[in-house]
Design a protein around this ligand. Structure first.
Ligand code: GLP
Length: 250
């Protein structure tokens, strides 16, 4: 895993978004089309903002959605489908195809539907974040590192729900759903390239734990250490607690 630190979230997002665009362009040139995964949440604001300004032949790009709450209407300000439509899809249309996770239908059926589609579409570039509890997608600790199912139903742990509340997406903690559909760890790891955007002081502890500890499902994003082509963009605040790796940071 390569670590890059930038001064602030805006610089981080610019670099991560530019790198994602460059990779997508290269894949399109090589294969004629590209399959990507997009995450949501506060950590992706600047990265997506840069990505939509890039020169990419979006009509050759198929987009997969990383995770979504179960039972939350798409009209809710916290719904990730709403987020992706407003911050990405509507800005780059037409994409070749878009596969959003629908949390308002039978979740098991939805996982099956998406799993079948993604198995036919190997992912070239995945944009992800890391949660305050070290989660990747909605794979909260202890994450299932073994399941081969591409999409799974998960229970959200307390800290994850408090993070969503704390970021202002919900009016009360009771409003935060207790279950979600997420792409599994193994499916995320199948992506040819993973670009991770992790700004903010709130993430410093999770970043340290996931980068400096041995790989463990207690720190789900630590699995990224084993990926052959993963680059993690941090900012000054999120990298603040890194110890011995700090020398490698550029
Ligand atoms: C969020 C989302 C993910 C995101 C990760 C980091 O809650 N479910 O798509 O990658 O967890 O989120 P945030 O940017 O809000 O810290």
């Amino acid at each position: 895993m390569k670590i890059v630190t930038r001064g602030n979230p805006s610089e981080l997002g610019k670099d991560a978004g530019r790198m994602a665009a460059r990779s997508i362009r290269e894949v399109i040139e090589r294969k004629g089309q590209a399959n990507i995964i997009l995450a949501t949440g506060t950590s992706q604001f600047e990265t997506l903002n840069q990505l939509i300004q890039e020169d990419v032949d979006w009509g050759k790009v198929t987009m997969f959605h990383l995770d979504e709450y179960i039972g939350l209407p798409e009209s809710s300000p916290a719904a990730f489908r709403k987020y992706l439509k407003e911050r990405f899809i509507q800005k780059v249309i037409p994409l070749h195809a878009v596969y959003l996770v629908n949390g308002e239908v039978d979740p098991v059926g939805e996982c099956k539907r998406l799993s079948e589609i993604i198995q036919r579409n190997p992912i070239d570039v995945a944009l992800v974040g890391i949660g305050e509890n070290g989660h990747l997608g909605f794979n909260d600790p202890p994450a299932d590192f073994d399941t081969e199912e591409p999409f799974i139903v998960v229970d959200l742990e307390e800290q994850c729900r408090y993070q969503q509340f704390g970021e202002g997406w919900f009016k009360t903690i009771e409003d935060v759903p207790k279950r979600a559909i997420t792409m599994s760890i193994r499916q995320i790891m199948k992506s040819a390239q993973i670009i991770c955007s992790v700004p903010d002081r709130r993430k410093a502890k999770a970043v340290k734990e996931c980068i400096e500890n041995p790989v463990s499902n207690i720190f789900p994003a630590s699995i990224l250490q084993t990926h052959p082509d993963c680059i993690c963009f941090l900012d000054k605040s999120s990298s603040a607690l890194l110890g011995n790796l700090k020398a490698e940071v550029n």
